[in-house]
Structure formats: structure tokens, C-alpha cells
Write a protein that binds this ligand. Structure first.
Ligand code: ATP
Length: 233
């Protein structure tokens, strides 16, 4: 469904991502793990069209989306839950969700809003509250719900458990499990490597901008030689 081949992305002269390749099949939950600075956010940003890539190709659902504009990529069915959530603090929960649904028709938006309120009861309770008043866990749920409002075929999440208390981290992984059971396709960047490998069908390990290992979650959990990479060396 999503195929990334030989992707290189640079910041100035420095390659943050070097010749990285990955694939995501329909219905898979794919983990992307590695230490700080490994290039995980750069990889998601490159796929989402937010960063100019140096070389490589990205195809999605049979179409070449390499260097396509971010809104075109969202419309093609790829949605990103960005690092640090980036919700609109002055807008209500409902308004944030409606913004997530600007790429779909008004007729589709109404039923989807109802679906989100059922999938995220916490948000339903705060429907008319300004998003700036949400707790960290609630804000993360809003960021994920907003991404789902574009009816994506693939959802990319950048460190959804970052900065959350352990019980809220559990909630995030429960939510990923729920989304998986709905048949959704998800690519997740996580610092919490062990947890991610248990939740993922397959995963890719990034280090210094390169994919250094890939396999099923179970296979990678056995790779004690990669432990230093998982936890950041
Ligand atoms: P983290 O877990 O800390 O978010 P990451 O694996 O997501 O790390 P990236 O944020 O993609 O890593 O960063 C990869 C490399 O690119 C790092 O060396 C980082 O310092 C560098 N980098 C990231 N953003 C920029 C930028 N805007 N300008 C210059 N260098 C950058």
C-alpha cells in the first residue's frame, strides 16, 4: 500500500535519512523505532510531503507521491498525527475535528464526527471545550481523532506516547489495538521500543538515518544485539 524506496533527506549538508526503504501493507501496524536523532520524524515528514527529499521514491496506493504537496498527500489517503500533537489550542474539540475533515465532503463529515465521539468518549465530554484546556492524554486522543477525520487509508503517528503518564501510555497502545481491530493501517514512530514491538506486526529499526534492521515485532524483540539501538546506545 505504501512503498518507500531509497529515501534520502538532508538538512543543509547533513543527511538525516540515508537510502531508507520501507513498506506498509493494508491492515498492518508497522513500528518505526530507534534512538533520538535516528531520523524517524524526518522519515514521516518526508512521506507526508512536509520536507524536501533529496532522492528516492514514495508510492502510495499505486500512485507516485514523491514530492507531492502535503494537502494532495492527505487527499490521497495518508494522514499524519504530528509529534507534540499540534492541536489548535484556541479552538474547541469539535472545531479541531472539523479542520481534520476539510479534505472530505460536508456530507461525510457529519457521520464521521459522530463516529469520533463514539470512538473517543473522553472527547465527547469535552466537545465544546477549547483544546488548550485538555490534558496531555486527551490532547493526544484529539490529535489522533483529527487525523482520522480525513478518512485516511494509512495513519502515521509520530511518538503518540511522548510525555504521557504510564496509564495514558497504556491508553495510547489500547487505542492502536482498537484501530488495528477495525482493519486500519498504521505506521507508528515510538521511543518506547519494547512496547511498540509487542504491538506491531512488523517494525523497522532506524539508526543514524539508516534502516539497520527489520522484521516482525517478535523477531526484533529477540535481537539482543540491537538492544543498544532500541534504547539509544
Ligand atoms: P527524536 O526521537 O529525537 O524525535 P528522530 O529519530 O525523530 O529523533 P529526527 O528528528 O528525524 O530524528 O532527526 C534526525 C536528524 O536530523 C538529527 O540529527 C537531527 O538533529 C537533525 N534535524 C532534525 N530536524 C532538523 C532541522 N530542522 N534542521 C537541521 N537538522 C535537523
Amino acid at each position: 500500500m505504501l512503498e518507500v524506496k531509497g529515501l534520502t533527506t538532508k538538512y543543509g549538508a547533513i543527511s538525516a535519512l540515508r537510502d531508507a526503504s520501507l513498506s506498509v501493507g493494508e491492515g498492518e501496524v508497522i513500528g518505526l523505532i530507534g534512538p533520538n536523532g535516528a531520523g524517524k520524524t524526518t522519515l514521516l515528514g518526508s512521506i507526508a510531503g512536509l520536507l524536501p527529499i533529496d532522492s528516492g521514491t514514495i508510492s502510495f496506493d499505486g500512485a507516485d507521491i514523491t514530492s507531492a504537496a502535503p494537502d494532495k498527500i492527505v487527499r490521497s489517503g495518508l494522514s499524519l498525527v504530528p509529534e507534540h500533537r499540534r492541536i489548535f489550542a484556541d479552538m474547541t474539540v469539535e472545531e479541531n475535528l472539523k479542520i481534520g475533515g476539510v479534505t472530505i465532503s460536508a456530507a461525510e463529515r457529519g457521520p464521521l464526527l459522530i463516529e469520533m465521539s463514539e470512538l473517543f468518549p473522553v472527547l465527547q465530554k469535552k466537545w465544546s471545550t477549547a483544546a488548550g484546556y485538555l490534558s496531555g492524554g486527551e490532547a493526544q486522543q484529539l490529535a489522533i481523532a483529527r487525523a482520522l477525520m480525513s478518512k485516511p487509508k494509512v495513519v502515521m503517528m509520530d511518538e503518540p506516547s511522548l510525555g504521557l503518564a504510564p496509564i495514558l501510555v497504556d491508553q495510547v497502545f489500547d487505542l492502536i489495538e482498537t484501530l488495528r481491530s477495525q482493519g486500519r493501517t498504521i505506521l507508528v514512530v515510538e521511543q518506547n521500543a519494547t512496547r511498540m514491538l509487542k504491538a506491531a506486526d512488523r517494525a523497522y529499526v532506524l539508526r543514524s538515518g539508516e534502516v539497520v534492521a527489520t522484521g516482525t515485532g517478535e523477531e526484533l524483540l529477540e535481537r539482543s544485539d540491537l538492544f543498544d539501538t532500541f534504547v539509544g546506545g
